[in-house]
Design a protein. Structure first.
Length: 301
């Protein structure tokens, strides 16, 4: 049997000028079944400020209990299948603690977020910024037909020949890895993290979405060439957030040196795709730390 629920009926049926309560039988109940995207993973960037005044008033035993609960929560989430959790001590008072969470199931992402927020108790972690996005592949990648023509032209290999087929097999292997790394990435343990959201402009005279595909692709390929200069120095993950958050993409950069973060962002500002169409939100810089190092840096231990 469905559950009967009372509501006020918004219709002309009234008694003495008052709304009459009406009941209906609900057969649709919220489900706790997994919510798995067709492709890609859920990505959450969570940033918190700590209430150090409240923390100072706790006893040593209370502090130990809460830090133990936080450590256990982080470890439990990290051990969840296909889930990655990165923790950061954030640089500047924008935030104290940063979390980057990747997991396939929206149910898990939502549950983990609630557990993290309360891990030190309801008074301690105050959300200061968050961003929801999903891993995605880029539509501007080289297509198979284009790769076949390019290999035949630039390497003087006849299409359909054994040598051409071998090169195409190599190309397919490379692209399979590329798409897998974009959709199901393995996040690095590099020390410096930078996150920022961005969108493409839709202004009169500078509307990204008014350009045809070929123009957009050419501009994005120029952007990619700039990025390749930083191979081995910067790793990036571009996640999509159209319809999910306030911007259209989230950009997460990792490096061993904050100079490389500053350098790649500066150089990319000169690409036409950025000068004409780029719009950015706030930038967040964090240092990736785990365990006791994280607690000590946050002044919790």
């Amino acid at each position: 049997m469905g559950k009967t629920s009372p509501f006020l009926r918004l219709d002309p049926a009234r008694k003495h000028g008052k709304q009459l309560p009406v009941t209906f039988t609900s057969t649709n109940r919220p489900s706790m079944s997994p919510i798995i995207p067709q492709e890609g993973w859920i990505v959450q960037h969570l940033f918190y400020n700590l209430d150090h005044g409240f923390w100072a008033a706790l006893t040593p035993e209370e502090k130990a209990e809460r830090t133990t609960r936080l450590a256990e929560t982080l470890q439990r989430i990290r051990s969840h299948p296909k889930t990655q959790l990165l923790s950061f001590s954030m640089v500047s008072p924008k935030a104290d603690l940063g979390i980057m969470l990747l997991t396939p199931d929206l149910q898990d992402a939502n549950r983990f977020e609630k557990e993290l927020t309360l891990a030190l108790g309801p008074e301690m972690l105050n959300p200061t910024y968050s961003y929801l996005s999903m891993t995605e592949w880029t539509e501007y990648s080289e297509k198979e037909e284009e790769a076949s023509e390019r290999i035949a032209r630039t390497e003087n290999l006849e299409a359909g020949s054994e040598a051409h087929a071998k090169r195409m097999a190599e190309w397919k292997g490379h692209m399979d890895k590329y798409f897998n790394d974009r959709l199901y990435p393995n996040m690095p343990d590099w020390q410096v993290m930078c996150f920022y959201p961005m969108s493409k402009r839709r202004n009169v005279g500078a509307n990204w979405y008014a350009n045809d595909f070929a123009t957009r692709r050419e501009l994005m390929q120029g952007h990619a060439r700039t990025g390749r200069k930083y191979s081995g120095k910067v790793r990036q993950l571009i996640t999509g957030s159209t319809g999910l958050d306030s911007h259209e993409w989230g950009v997460t950069l990792f490096a061993h040196d904050v100079f490389q973060i500053k350098s790649i962002v500066y150089e990319m500002r000169w690409d036409e795709v950025t000068t004409q169409y780029g719009e950015f939100g706030d930038f967040y810089i964090g240092i990736q730390l785990n365990g006791d190092e994280l607690l000590q840096r946050l002044q919790l231990a």
